[in-house]
Ligand binder design. Structure first.
Ligand code: FE2
Ligand code: FE2
Length: 170
């Protein structure tokens, strides 16, 4: 149940709600463990890119939440964005502009590589930086943000490990 104060997303309760309704195998390559890593990447990226961290965290949760299979699964980004729209009234106290960014990032994350908007760019870089799980090395040339490129060139998040450990679920 959502019991967050007005204007604040209750991330722990929202994660519980979305993961309990997950349509595919939770241990899948595109399931909640992947979403958590995307969220972690996004929280590292957002302050350095001028991105909206709330939108980036919501993207992490929704972008693959409506996958139906482990293949290309055409349309899964739009389904994820539309799922966020379904939950918006009860769970997402964000502005229309924030929602449009979230929906766009979800819809197009499968088909587009880069975007100049810092929030959309941080969403896509956060997702792409987790490509190692499927045996693909994240390439700097496909990153949208300068910091995403820096991480990809580094080849590991280890230099930022201390900061990653400060992220809480809230
Ligand atoms: Fe996806
Ligand atoms: Fe993903």
């Amino acid at each position: 149940m959502n019991s967050a104060p007005p204007g604040k997303v209750n991330f722990p309760a929202l994660w519980q709600h979305v993961t309990s309704a997950v349509a595919h195998r939770p241990w899948s390559l595109h399931g909640p463990d992947h979403w958590r890593r995307v969220e972690r990447n996004g929280r590292l990226l957002a302050p350095r890119c001028g991105a909206d961290v709330t939108v980036v965290r919501l993207f992490a949760l929704f972008h693959d939440a409506r996958r139906e299979n482990e293949g290309h699964d055409r349309g899964h980004g739009r389904r994820g964005g539309d799922y966020a729209r379904e939950l918006r009234a009860g769970w997402l106290p964000i502005t229309d502009d924030q929602f449009e960014l979230l929906h766009f990032a979800c819809v197009w994350h499968t088909d587009a590589h880069q975007h100049d908007d810092p929030t959309i760019g941080a969403c896509w870089d956060a997702d792409r930086l987790d490509l190692g799980r499927v045996g693909v090395i994240p390439s700097p040339e496909y990153m949208s943000t300068a910091f995403g490129r820096e991480i990809a060139e580094h080849g590991t998040l280890f230099p930022w490990e201390k900061e990653l450990l400060t992220f809480t679920e809230e």
